[in-house]
Design a protein around this ligand. Structure first.
Ligand SMILES: [Fe+2]
Length: 260
């Protein structure tokens, strides 16, 4: 087929501008299944700016034994990448403003709690995720212990766990405990399938979701994100609920870093 006959992709619109900050993505290169190199990171940042974001907090995976990241190494790498991107002076209108982690509650998590070195979103929030396949035992106990350690806990993409429905009593208990929920924007566009899409809409409409994240791993994600800006249902949702999400409050100057 001749190239000129192919429909041109529509230009993205800054639909997510009101959120200001993306607080969940895998832009730190080479440490997980996210960006592979700085070029990837830069391409993702440029796309994310096109959909309206101006600040980004990187949240690499901490997962045992797949991604045995150490907080000290992550902080060092973050500083290097941030400095290099600044030096190159090709990314404008969007910047890296912090690094935290997406900590999976798995068989290595008890050790992580003993070490207590967690890197926090905006110096305050601990982002945790669960297995995408099977329900771990004792999730509520872990979350309760984290709260006792004075962490404000955010559960990443609750709509993506197939073993919990959007109105599951389990989620109801977590909301009663004060656990914050972060939905993935791409769940709303059907990127992960129909079930997560429906669940994401339901949970946001039920008032159970305090934050949105892109969970960007590479430009496949950011291309889907750009496309999502033309989805009428997402546009309506952003119009109604966009200002309620806590993302825009994560804009204070970079939180002081812990020393390890
Ligand atoms: Fe993630």
């Amino acid at each position: 087929m001749f190239d000129f006959l192919k429909p041109k992709p529509k230009e993205p619109i800054p639909l997510y501008e009101c959120l200001v900050t993306d607080m969940h993505c895998h832009l730190l290169p080479g440490v997980d299944d996210g960006c592979r190199g700085c070029d990837d990171t830069i391409a993702c940042l440029q796309d994310m700016h096109k959909v309206g974001f101006s600040k980004v907090i990187c949240t690499p995976h901490y997962q045992y034994p797949r991604f045995p990241n150490e907080e000290k190494d992550i902080l060092e790498l973050y500083d290097l990448v941030k400095r290099d991107i600044r030096k190159m002076d090709i990314v404008h209108g969007i910047e890296l403003v912090g690094v935290a982690g997406e900590y999976r509650i798995d068989s290595g998590f008890a050790n992580r709690m003993d070490e207590n070195k967690f890197l926090l979103v905006d110096g305050k929030y601990l982002l945790v995720e669960l297995s995408l396949h099977q329900q771990a035992i004792g999730i509520e106990d872990y979350l309760f212990k984290l709260q006792m350690m004075n962490y404000e806990v955010i559960l990443a993409h609750p709509e993506r766990y197939p073993y919990f429905s959007s109105r599951s009593p389990h989620y109801s208990r977590l909301k009663d405990m004060g656990i914050l929920f972060q939905a993935n924007i791409l769940s709303l566009s059907g990127f992960y399938g129909e079930q997560p899409r429906q669940k994401a809409f339901e949970m946001i409409e039920d008032g159970w979701v305090e934050l949105l994240g892109t969970d960007t791993h590479n430009t496949v994600y950011t291309h889907a994100l750009m496309e999502s800006t033309h989805d009428k249902r997402i546009q309506k949702l952003m119009e109604k609920y966009g200002h309620k999400f806590l993302n825009s409050q994560l804009t204070k100057p970079e939180a002081p870093k812990k020393k390890f």
